[in-house]
Write a protein that binds this ligand. Structure first.
Ligand SMILES: [Zn+2]
Length: 319
């Protein structure tokens, strides 16, 4: 039996997982005042599950972070206090079993691949930022040290807007197809057109929020629809590139923004269709993620099960 742990900015989810089936689960708010509190919170959630499910053979952990996979050290994180923390070592010490730590977008992609039974899959996680995951031969591709497959930071336009992520570039996929990009575009348009509906949606913080923009587009507002048209077009440009490089069985779109996919996914597929090499595109299914709310814990657990069966760590023995 393996445990999957999904550490997010608002909640920590833990589950005992058998294959891709969740057996026992717990969920708690993320304690994020300090690193120590965060780790104590993760430990408490894990112990609640192991009390019922028994001791696991290994634990997989997904975090919203850049990770040196071989050492399990978290370099930097989004929204949680983990930076320069040897997380694998720290959690292995607390639990006395092997622990494996990976980026949450990688875990989501691994879950999706195993739930669908696809060996070659590329996943884009569209949320505040853009996460990416690449599964090759049923395993996560993560580059030499685990920091790779940052698909959100592929350049679509060298002269584009500054990337909103912790990134020096301009015109990245994340600069066009993230929640932050949508809010920026909506706010700019609202400011340029004071008589528009978007201008009426400017909040006290001087911004148009993502949910307000989605609502305006759903109600047919032309400015809002224009923003999603551009979003879909740029996403399609990126998808065409990923199809040409990876030729996956499936290219999956997940993350919170995928709930607004009716506003951009058809346009993205149309654009990808016009740009990708036809022989590759016709072999790739482009679709929304199907893993559901448990994808994070399932992916982390699949990772742990894979590492126990056939260690994939470079240059380091298992703890
Ligand atoms: Zn970037």
């Amino acid at each position: 039996m393996v445990l999957g742990v999904d550490v997010g900015g608002t909640k920590v989810a833990v589950a005992a997982v058998d294959g891709v089936t969740v057996r026992e689960a717990a969920e708690d708010p993320t304690r994020k005042d300090t690193t120590e509190e965060l780790l104590d919170g993760i430990e408490a959630s894990v112990r609640r599950v192991t009390e019922k499910a028994g001791e696991p053979d290994a634990i997989g952990v997904g975090v919203p972070s850049q990770i040196d996979y071989a050492t399990g050290t978290v370099e930097t994180s989004v929204n949680i206090p983990l930076a320069g923390v040897p997380l694998r070592e720290e959690l292995s010490r607390r639990f006395g079993v092997p622990v494996f730590v990976d980026n949450d977008a990688n875990c989501a992609a691994l879950a999706e691949a195993h739930i669908l039974g696809e060996d070659y899959l590329v996943m884009l996680t569209l949320g505040t930022g853009v996460g990416g995951g690449v599964v090759i031969g049923g395993k996560t591709f993560r580059g030499a040290h685990g920091l790779g497959a940052e698909l959100g930071h592929v350049t679509l336009n060298p002269d584009g807007p500054p990337c909103p992520g912790n990134c020096p570039n301009r015109g990245c996929l994340e600069a066009y197809c993230s929640g932050q990009a949508l809010e920026r575009d909506a706010t700019e348009l609202a400011t340029d057109k004071p008589d528009s509906r978007l201008a009426q949606l400017l909040g006290p913080d001087g911004k148009v929020s993502g949910p307000e923009l989605v609502k305006a587009a759903e109600e047919g507002d032309r400015d809002a629809l224009f923003i999603f048209e551009n979003f879909g077009r740029m996403l399609g440009v990126a998808i065409a590139g990923f199809v040409n490089v990876f030729e996956p069985d499936r290219l999956t779109i997940g993350g919170g923004l995928s709930r607004a996919s009716h506003l951009f996914l058809d346009r993205a597929i149309q654009e990808a269709d016009a740009r990708a090499l036809p022989a590759l595109l016709k072999r790739t299914k482009i679709a929304l993620a199907e893993g559901g709310a448990d994808a994070g814990v399932i992916g982390a657990a699949v990772l742990a099960a894979q590492e126990v069966a056939a260690p994939n760590l470079r240059d380091t023995a298992l703890p």
